[in-house]
Structure formats: structure tokens, C-alpha cells
Write a protein that binds this ligand. Sequence first.
Ligand code: AMP
Length: 397
Amino acid sequence: MKILVINCGSSSLKYQLIDSETEEWLAKGLCERIGIDGRIVYTPAGGEKEIKESPMPDHTNAIKLVLEYLTNDKTGVLKSLDEIGAVGHRIVHGGEKFASSVVINDEVIKAIEECNDLAPLHNPANLIGIDACRKLMPTTPMVAVFDTAFHQTMPEKAYLYGLPNSYYEKYKIRRYGFHGTSHSYVSKRCADVLGKKYEDLKIIVCHLGNGASVSAVKNGKCVDTSMGLTPLEGLIMGTRSGDLDPAILEFIAKKENLDITGVMNILNKKSGVYGMSGELSSDFRDLEDAHNAGNKLATQALEAFCYRTAKYVGAYVAAMNGVDAICFTAGIGENAGIVRSMVCEYLGYLGITVDEEKNKIRGEEVIFSTPDSKVKTLIIPTNEELAIARETVALVK
Ligand code: AMP
């Protein structure tokens, strides 16, 4: 079956067409600047990447254009839209309502709308994507795959904050966690690569990308994760602060004469390694170059990022009373050997030894700990689109 995977943002839309039998992508790309002017990027498997400025007043127009590219005579990969067996939509927040993926119907749409409060920037955009696809492919089944669903197995002690209980009761303020599709995919692949049963393992997944989170997966279930009510908590990220003393918010507001929106903007967009490095860059390639060239702030940012990650790993070893494997994934986790090395240096007490030659490998599944290492460390490239396609097929077949 051919599955169209859609990841819709407020002014952009990523898409991938996947053959569920071979699990290969047939075409992929993105639409950018939707509602502003419009630009489509389209790459058919084995073909050249095409980039074209094209007016996209709204998301329906953007998806219409994607469908035209997929079916066009020259570079299209489909004869007709009937070949698309189902559409899988990435949805950021499923609240407590969704602990797994679901086939989309009117009731599901209403329930997703009810989670809008929890992800005001993301969920409304995801819903626009669903609406646009339903208009253009009214008879094609659609599935919603939630970023939060995998973490719904966390126990209360992990998801409740030290706040008045009435806030949980009234507003559902709690830890939800994000990147769930990635944490689920990577932890399962880890078991496969190790040749062990998923249900028998204690796995820590470090999803280190521009957004970054760690999760603890015990016997096939997530028991804790570093992101919280929103994706701002936890690790130091590209531009997000991660964990802070909450009193800092008031302190910054007073000193810089900012309202709460202004402070949140600083924490989301001007902080993380970008802010720590003196606004040098949020990209680890730039930070690594600057660190090698002796830039002190870049070194500090890198060291703080790795230290925070190692602290979370340590916390999750305690949460699971042990660990069998630690996985690194996403842009930084898959590519930045220096980050993996620096994190693992803190973990010698677990009996981890790194094979530095294997740690040079990029973007491939590999066990980069030595064979005698008590805990295995792995690089597992994430593939959220494939995970969404798999969930979609499982529900519509
Ligand atoms: P993601 O959010 O998973 O797409 O990750 C994006 C981030 O990965 C970028 O901002 C970079 O910091 C990082 N990244 C990508 N490629 C490399 C690389 N070759 N070396 C180091 N970091 C990289």
C-alpha cells in the first residue's frame, strides 16, 4: 500500500510518499511559505530535486500542488491518486485522550481540537492539514499519529508536577512528552539491532536534534521523558532553554521590562546553545567548528549540552534501576561524534566503553560501544515518517 505522510506546520508542510511493502520512500519534499508566497520542494526517488516558487494561498492549495507533483506525467510517481491507500498525519498533541494512533473521523477531529490549548502553535496547523487532505481525497482513509501517545504509559509519579492538584484536575497540566514517534521507533530498532526482545530491555533514547529529549523505555513502555507540558522542558536545545529555575522568568521580566510573551520568546527562540554561544549558531556543525577554533562560548555551550544530557541519562538509569542500552538519534545524535563521546564520558560508572573508531560512523545503525561494554551504546537513525506510515497501515488494513 502507498501511504502519504503529512507533517503540517503553520506555514509549511512536509510530505513523504512511502511504499509500505518495501518501506522505501517514493517521493518526498516540503511546501514552504504557505499563505505568504509559496515554494515547493519535490524529490522523486532516484530523481533530481525540484524547487519551484508557486503561489500557495492556503494549505489546501499546497496539498493540491503536492498531489499534482506526485501524479504529473514527467516526474510523478503515481498514475492516479487512487493509488494512495491512506494518509498518515503527524499530530503534535493528543493530550490524555490519545494513547495510540487512530483512524480520523469527525469525533477524532473534535477531540484533537480540544487539545489545541496544549499546543496552540502546532495542533491547529495539523488540523488544517487534515481538513485540506479530506477535501481533496474524501474517500481515502486518514490516520492521526500523535507525538505524545508513546509517553502515555508514564506513571503518575513521572508525569505529575509539584503543583496544586487542582491544576491537573482543571487544566490537565502534567508532563506529556514529545518526539514519541521517534522514541518508539528508535527503542524498537534498538531491540532488533541487539537481537533481544523489546519487552526484556531497559533502553534510554537520546533524541538530539534542534529540539531534543530523552526517554526511559522499560520493558517496551515509556516510563519517563524529559519534555513536559510543552517541548520547552528538559535538555538544553538549539534555541530552547530546557530546565530552568522558574523564578528566572520573573527576574528576566523585571530586568528586561518584558511581559510573559516576551519572556517565553526568549526561552523558546533566543536561548539554548544559540543563546549560550552569544548567538553564534544553533547548529552543532557551527558550534563544533567554533569550539575547535578556540571559541570559549561555543565550548561552554557544547559542554553544557552534553552535561545536561548525561544528567538525564543518569536520572533515567535510577528511574529504571538499570539500563541495557543507550541510543543516540536525530540530527545531532546521529552525526555529532563529539557529542556522543562527551556524553558517554560521564557514563563510565555504568561500565560503558566507547569504540572511538565506530563512534566516527554517521547516520547508520551501529553499536559504538566495545563488545565488553556492560551497557551498549548505539546510533539509530530515526525515521518518523516510516513509523507514521507503519502505524497508518496497521490501522487501515
Ligand atoms: P533535526 O532537528 O533532527 O533535524 O537536527 C538538526 C540539527 O542536527 C542541526 O541543527 C544540527 O545542529 C545537527 N546536525 C545535523 N547534521 C550534523 C552534522 N553532520 N554534525 C553535527 N551536527 C549536525
